[in-house]
Design a protein. Structure first.
Length: 430
């Protein structure tokens, strides 16, 4: 009898387990919207707060919040113009698909119920953005995507901010989007982010980010939340000095701005450098830029390969050694620069030297260049045409300064692409 009871109990347990696995898992949401449907949704659900200028933001955030509570989903935006007064927040496991013909533009209606914001898309769950310092490290949004299909344009008409804010998050993909009208900040802010894949995007002429205004602003900024440098101004972001890790920028075009990809202020903790790591810049085109295609500050484990750099620094008259190169910076460790072509760069294509922060973070210790002899020899695998030369060290496509970073022959290393030559014993002409 006991044996029979045990058998029945075991069968019941097995049946219960089977039923558990057979129960349908709640499917993630799939929603398709248009500008017209969002207007209707906002008018219906937010009648007391409805205003046409904020309708798209209200409805998009409402839909995405439902997705968050369901565990994620895919939101498809049909052809049309979507007008954003403030940020649309994107939580984990949510994909936004922008169909051919989508235009997303920011607006600035100061009379609306909700004030204009300095962001278009915030890669963070909306419920967390209402609390100060609620997210740190890489613990915010995970597995989110913004995917453009066909011709998709983000227009920053008025905003003096960022199109996509990628902060304290991981596993993010951004692709197929054309960005226009950067106005004194960045198109994409990657900050305390890990595993970010940006590919097949176009970053076009900026309104600001020129020699006269917002000079150091990159199309894609790689930064970290540091209260000293103001790396991230998001109130919900913990200022915990989390660096970026595993950032990939591939098959993109950058044209008509100060810098393509880069960092303009570095950070330190207890006197030690904090490094952004595992950064890949591959297969991109950088053209008609004022300052640099790629500007590195405290980057390590870096690959810059198979990119095209054309016409950097043409009208750049600044009297600075670090400007008007295709690739420049300091704080460089474990770097591999190969297979790139440089054409009509005002100065020598690649230049690295010791530097210091200007303004915020200026008290941090100077950063230097740590390129090994083997890494230098790798750099002969690049090409240059009609590029300028360093007046003190002519004849070289690459000049970098070791040691204390002073522009002395003892510190300088030169690399000539055409001759496949590396010179570790430089002679200074002036």
């Amino acid at each position: 009898m006991k044996r029979m009871f045990k058998c029945v109990s075991m069968m019941a347990l097995i049946a219960g387990i089977c039923l558990t696995f057979m129960m349908p898992i709640e499917a993630k949401m799939k929603v398709t919207v248009s500008p017209k449907s969002l207007n209707k949704q906002a008018k219906k659900n937010f009648s007391s707060k409805y205003d046409k200028s904020i309708a798209h933001c209200l409805a998009l955030n409402q839909t995405i919040e439902k997705m968050r509570k369901k565990g994620g989903g895919t939101l498809t935006l049909k052809k049309g113009t979507y007008r954003l007064q403030y940020a649309v927040c994107i939580p984990s496991n949510v994909t936004l698909v922008f169909k051919n013909g989508v235009v997303v533009e920011n607006i600035m209606n100061k009379k609306a119920h909700i004030k204009p914001a300095s962001l278009m898309f915030q890669i963070a769950p909306k419920n967390k953005t209402k609390k100060k310092k609620s997210i740190g490290k890489y613990n915010g949004t995970s597995k989110a995507k913004l995917i453009g299909e066909g011709k998709v344009v983000f227009k920053m008409n008025y905003i003096k901010g960022v199109a996509i804010n990628v902060v304290h998050c991981k596993n993010i993909e951004i692709s197929g989007i054309t960005f226009k009208g950067m106005n004194g900040n960045h198109y994409i802010e990657t900050n305390a982010a890990k595993n970010v894949n940006i590919h097949d995007c176009k970053f076009t002429k900026a309104k600001k980010g020129t020699l006269k205004s917002a000079y150091v602003k990159e199309a894609i900024n790689i930064d970290l939340p540091d209260p000293t440098t103001h790396g991230s101004n998001s109130t919900w972001a913990k200022q915990d000095l989390t660096p970026c890790k595993n950032i990939s920028v591939k098959n993109c075009t950058f044209e008509g701005m100060s810098r393509g990809v880069g960092t303009h202020n570095y950070s330190q903790k207890n006197g030690q450098n904090i490094y952004h790591s595992k950064i890949v810049i591959e297969g991109n085109t950088f053209k008609n830029l004022f300052d640099a295609g790629v500007y590195l500050m405290n980057w390590q484990d870096v690959v810059i390969k198979n990119n095209t750099f054309y016409m950097t620094g043409k009208d750049n008259t600044l009297d600075k050694a670090t400007t008007a190169h295709a690739i420049a910076g300091a704080g460089v460790k474990d770097i591999h620069i190969t297979g790139n072509s440089f054409t009509k760069i005002k100065k020598n294509p690649i230049y690295f030297a010791a530097q210091e922060n200007v303004g915020n973070g200026s008290h941090y210790k100077r950063i230097y260049v740590y390129i090994t002899d083997e890494e230098a020899k790798e750099m002969v695998d690049n090409t240059s045409t009609e590029c300028g030369k360093d007046p003190n060290f002519p004849g070289y496509d690459v000049v970098y300064l070791r040691g204390d970073g002073r522009r002395t022959a003892a510190n300088a290393v030169g690399i000539n692409f055409n001759k496949k030559e590396v010179c570790f014993q430089m002679e200074k002409t002036k």
